[in-house]
Design a protein around this ligand. Structure first.
Ligand code: URA
Length: 468
């Protein structure tokens, strides 16, 4: 029997080193015991992993490394054994990572998905409470993750709250950031964190302001956001009243999507498919942008909208609010739509890239344009959104959106103002991005460009009305 002692429940490097050596010696999974810590290794005949065998070294696809790194964080004790088994398959079987029917791969995928969801929940539901200290305030949060995700999530909180001094306490591990260095401490208990502070009033106000009824799923709120998270959320006190009001508001929003009364009608099924897609996108790690962003900003609007607007990526305010086009560019966009007589509520509004790409300068988060690789990685979501909504017209706002919609780079000035037939028969239009108008320094030029933008939106609105 080979006994592998990993240093911690999230010791991916330890697992990888041992797994490579064991696989190079072709050791059977049944002959390996994976354990955390080294204390129990007194069984007769126990052996440590065999030595390196450079001649039997082999490479594994990047996709497996990423998957294994995530699945390792799951709480299931069998995760190390499952990953080892998959590693052996990769070694002996071409395309072992592409075998979507493989129950083993599906099981590992499910572990990784649960981990991603948990990481997302931690990012979304950690709430800091102020604690005075001699050096100034420290912000302390209590969080109970389902899996071993705390260390893996630390980088996110460091980047997001760089200038704050904070601690995140969890039952297994504590993180302490002093503005410069991240330290780890032992696990804590809920009573170690402060229970409320004056910042709560701000959270409550913010939450009420960004509360989006279209995102509310009461059932899911209880199953996916168990009450254990509510306990730590100051805004949870508002949930019952917001839920009550939201049901009426949601009904009004969904009314924009005509549907037959049957529960399994195609319309209702596509709403469900869209909800599943959006939920999946919430845990997206297809490119590195998810690491620094607060959350995925998915598209919104009627799932059978005849018109889709595609922007570039969420900005600072969208990243916090959880909705596309609500910041300064969104406000200009709303005014232009109004002026053009186009009803935003009848359109589906989304972005080419679903995470906010930015660079931190002091306390500010400065927008950065996504690169071609990031647009390509995110095109996967856009393509699925478009195939669910099946609009008559798609409007690309700016060059990044045009690249995502048309699949190639184009020059806005040469492409705007005329319909472009896409392969599936949809009509695409390209125009400027609203933030281009915000950035124009010359007032007269700004007014001229704004009028041109409104005229283009009017033409598009007329084509939509003619087509529906
Ligand atoms: N700019 C975009 O392209 N999309 C948004 O959602 C906000 C600003």
């Amino acid at each position: 029997m080979y006994r592998v002692a990993l240093t911690a429940p999230d010791d991916f490097d330890g697992w990888r080193g041992a797994a490579r050596r064991l696989a190079a010696h072709d050791i059977d999974p049944a002959d390996i015991v994976w354990q955390i810590g080294s204390d129990a290794s007194d069984l007769f005949g126990d052996r440590p992993p065999p030595p390196e065998r450079p001649e039997a070294a082999f490479t594994v696809p990047r996709a497996f490394v990423d998957l294994a790194q995530t699945a390792t964080l799951h709480r299931a004790p069998e995760r190390f054994a499952l990953l080892y088994e998959q590693l052996r398959r990769i070694r002996s079987q071409r395309g072992a990572m592409d075998d979507s029917a493989s129950p083993l791969l599906r099981r590992i995928d499910m572990l990784a998905k649960a981990v991603r969801r948990d990481m997302h929940k931690m990012r979304a539901f950690v709430r800091f409470r102020e604690m005075p200290e001699s050096e100034g305030s420290r912000y302390v949060a209590w969080f109970e993750p389902d899996h071993h995700i705390v260390r893996a999530n630390a980088g996110f909180f460091v980047r997001r709250f760089t200038t704050m001094r904070w601690s995140i306490l969890t039952p297994e591990l504590s993180l302490h950031w002093d503005g410069d260095t991240l330290n780890e401490g032992p696990g804590a208990s809920r009573g170690d964190a402060p229970q409320d502070d004056p910042v709560e009033a701000i959270w409550k106000g913010y939450y009420a302001a960004i509360f989006n009824p279209a995102r509310l799923k009461t059932g899911a709120m209880l199953s996916e956001m168990p009450r254990k998270y509510w306990r730590n959320l100051p805004e949870a006190a508002l949930i019952p009243q917001l839920v009550a009001g939201a049901q009426a508001r949601e009904a009004a929003m969904i009314a924009a999507t005509p549907r037959s009364p049957a529960d399994d009608s195609p319309e209702r099924n596509s709403v469900r498919a869209w909800q599943r897609l959006r939920d999946e996108a919430m845990g997206c790690t297809r490119c590195p942008l998810h690491r620094d962003a607060t959350q995925t900003i998915f598209g919104e609007g009627p799932v059978d909208a005849p018109l889709v607007f595609v922007g570039e990526q969420p900005g600072d305010q969208e990243d916090l609010a959880g909705r596309p086009f609500v910041g300064p560019a969104g406000q200009l966009f709303d005014q232009a739509l109004d002026a053009a007589g186009v009803d935003r509520a009848r359109a589906y509004v989304t972005n080419a890239v679903k995470h906010f790409k930015h660079e931190r300068r002091g306390k500010r988060r400065i927008h950065q344009t996504p690169d071609a690789g990031e647009v390509q990685a995110c095109r996967w979501w856009l393509t699925q959104e478009l195939s669910l909504v099946r609009p008559r017209l798609i409007v690309a706002l700016g060059a990044t959106a045009a690249r995502a919609v048309l699949g190639k780079a184009v020059t806005i000035s040469r492409t705007r103002g005329r319909p472009i037939a896409l392969e599936d028969g949809t009509e695409a239009w390209v125009t400027v991005h609203p933030s281009y108008l915000l950035r124009l320094p010359d007032e007269a030029k700004r007014a001229e460009e704004r009028a041109r933008f409104v005229e283009e939106l009017r033409t598009i609105g007329d084509r939509m009305k003619a087509a529906t």
